[in-house]
Design a protein around this ligand. Structure first.
Ligand code: 6PG
Length: 255
């Protein structure tokens, strides 16, 4: 049975500090073993503190940035300068402060295409090309999906993760690496691009970060009744077949 862990922290700062240590340990191991660490970033508000910590001492200096390659698990179909851009949030919180080579940063190209579908197809090709060129680990090609080293995810109160929302047709995707999504109307920027479930579930490590009381109910379902939750909540459908699944919660979210 692959590794499953749930850890509860006093607050978001303690959670984010612990998450930075996990990132640091995985990055250094992957860099030492393969000279490459692929890390998929989450959007929204929860991970911002983690990105700020990775951009501060000691991580800004000690992370193996030259071997780190960054991807986005989902992106709103807006320009990078939009306040709703996940790339823009990460850029302000971390990228502007760390010595990561520009060619190691792989954002969704949201301004070169007219539709989220075109951007999703392009992003899937980008990930595939990156892996074909850089990852000769035969294990990573299991089920024909690249094996990402670490996928960071958040979870919405409705159980969405990345930009995979309950009831979305894209939950049934079995081939594509990235999909175009129309988020529910009550969400910022309904046009989105998201990694697909099979790509996420082929990762070596998945780390969920969740904070706040509003997540308590969905987390109770996902963590304590996963089989039923899996029928409804995309966050419960994340179950890396051959990878480590870790949940970091603050006390507010854990209940
Ligand atoms: C996004 C995120 C999304 C986020 C959840 C939780 O683009 O909004 O990728 O999946 O992780 O909505 O958001 P918070 O961390 O802000 O609660």
């Amino acid at each position: 049975m692959p590794e499953r862990e749930v850890k509860v922290f006093d607050d978001l700062t303690a959670l984010s500090r612990a998450a930075a240590e996990v990132v640091f340990e995985l990055a250094n191991r992957a860099a030492a073993e393969r000279g490459l660490f692929s890390m998929v970033l989450a959007g929204g508000g929860t991970p911002r503190k983690l990105y700020e910590i990775l951009a501060s001492d000691p991580f800004a200096v000690k992370m193996p940035w030259k071997d780190v390659h960054l991807f986005w698990g989902d992106e709103r179909f807006v320009p990078p300068e939009s306040p709703e851009s996940n790339y823009g949030m990460v850029n302000r919180a971390m990228l502007e402060q760390v010595p990561i080579p520009a060619e190691n940063v792989h954002p969704v190209r949201t301004t070169q295409f007219n539709t989220a579908s075109e951007a999703a197809a392009d992003y899937g090709t980008e990930v595939e090309k990156f892996y074909s060129a850089n990852d000769n680990d035969s294990e990573s090609k299991r089920w024909n999906f690249p094996r990402l080293d670490l996928v960071l995810l958040g979870v919405g109160a409705d159980g969405h993760t990345a930009s995979l929302f309950p009831g979305g047709d894209e939950l049934a995707e079995t081939r594509k690496l990235a999909v175009a999504v129309r988020a529910p109307e009550n969400y910022e920027t309904t046009d989105r691009v998201s990694f697909s479930l099979p790509l996420i579930n082929n990762a070596a490590n998945v780390l969920f970060l969740a904070g706040g009381r509003e997540k308590r109910q969905v987390l109770d379902a996902v963590l304590n009744d996963p089989n039923r939750a899996r029928e409804k909540y995309p966050a419960a459908m994340v179950d890396p077949a051959d990878g480590r699944l870790i949940w970091f919660l603050d006390r507010e979210a854990a209940g």
